[in-house]
Write a protein that binds this ligand. Structure first.
Ligand code: NDP
Length: 336
């Protein structure tokens, strides 16, 4: 079968494309401009005509994907802005929401062979920050960030603007699906990953151009950006980018995934966990907070693994493996 991957040049998407190609799928990737296709064409050259790139300049326009969806059997929609630098919330919300609905509308009109659409949402659309430990599941929605953006507009916190964009985009997808599913040839699956870490195979020249999760957090934290308190107090959950790519492939293939929202999380961490692991692999990297006892860590944000286990059943890479491979990648690039 042939799979359309939107935003194919992104950190997560390149791993999704690679995984699909390795599993025998053909892939059509969309990027915003010709220059963003160069690296991809080189990387996947050995797949010949099993891999192609098409340009979709503005994903927010109705009809943007009309041509791209023709003749594909499935769609993985990953394109969405992920950064905390937006001034106006709409800088994130408009492309997140309209990008999503425009893919779905094109798939409805011209995706006559499409059987399934998978959307990369986020745990940003699930969690509500809290000071009490909490286990979130697929029935939870992040209303708080939408509320914050409504009340504060451009003065809302950077993460709240991003989280609102992901929540509104996912909600728009489910609304479209519920309203139209009687007349669609496809069903919908949504994946909700927490922080995504692991080596990069997209086009990155310098650390500053790493994607948000790899740069601002991982790369800077293992080099000592956080103080001892922050290291043991700040945490969340993670998934390795390669496991998330596998989840995208399984989400296309598992019949039981139809109509499901699935959290794809390998487990919780505090920053010190990554710092300790990185230090074990390379003792030139800082040891961080030596008083940390991982067995006593209180994780405020955890995710229920039940649905993922039941439907996808991925054997997640350990935090050590993810850390080692990410450090090795940074070293191979001469950054560490
Ligand atoms: P990247 O920034 O590496 O990739 C984002 C992709 O989306 C790129 O292809 C980018 O294209 C495209 N994109 C961004 N803004 C626009 C826009 N306005 N119009 C068209 N295309 C756009 O990020 P990730 O790979 O990390 O993220 C991919 C997806 O995964 C996103 O939906 C993100 O929300 C989600 N996610 C990521 C997590 C993480 O920790 N990394 C965690 C949970 C979810 P271009 O290069 O042209 O800007």
């Amino acid at each position: 079968g042939k799979v359309l991957v939107t935003g194919a040049n992104g950190y997560i998407a390149v791993w999704v494309v690679k995984t699909l190609l390795e599993q025998g799928f053909s892939v059509r990737g969309t990027v915003r401009s010709e220059s963003k296709a160069v690296h991809l064409r080189k990387l996947f050259k050995s797949y010949g005509d099993h891999f192609e790139v098409v340009i979709v300049e503005d994903i927010t326009k109705d009809g943007a994907f009309d041509e791209a969806v023709k003749g594909v059997d499935a769609i993985e929609h990953t394109a969405s802005p992920f950064h905390f630098k937006a001034i106006e919330p709409d800088e994130l919300i408009v492309p997140a929401v309209h990008g999503t609905t425009s893919v779905l509308k094109s798939a409805q009109k011209y995706g006559t062979s499409v059987k399934r659409v998978v959307i990369t949402s986020s745990c940003a659309a699930v969690l509500t920050p809290s000071t009490e430990p909490r286990v979130f599941s697929e029935s939870d929605w992040n209303e708080a960030s939408i509320q914050e953006v409504k009340e504060k507009g451009r003065d809302a916190a950077g993460p709240a603007k991003y989280r609102a964009s992901k929540t509104l985009a996912e909600r728009a997808a489910w609304e479209f699906y519920e309203q139209n599913k009687g007349s669609l040839s496809w069903d919908l699956v949504v994946l909700n990953p927490p922080f995504v870490f692991g080596p990069a195979i997209h086009d990155v020249d310098i650390p500053d151009n790493l994607n948000e999760s790899a740069r601002d957090w991982f790369f800077n934290v293992v080099r000592g950006k956080l103080d001892n308190d922050a290291l043991v107090n700040i945490g969340s959950s993670y998934v390795d980018v390669r496991d998330l790519a596998l989840a995208h492939s399984l989400a296309l293939q598992k019949p039981e995934a139809a109509g499901e929202r699935i959290i794809v999380s390998a487990g919780p961490w505090k920053w010190q966990d990554f710092v300790s692991a990185a230090h074990r692999f390379d003792n030139r990297l800082p040891a961080g907070n030596k008083s940390y006892d991982p067995t006593k860590a209180v994780h405020l944000i955890q995710y229920s693994p039940d649905k993922e286990r039941r439907i996808l059943g991925i054997q997640f890479r350990s935090l050590e493996e993810t850390t080692k491979d990410t450090i090795d990648d940074f070293k191979a690039r001469g950054w560490l």
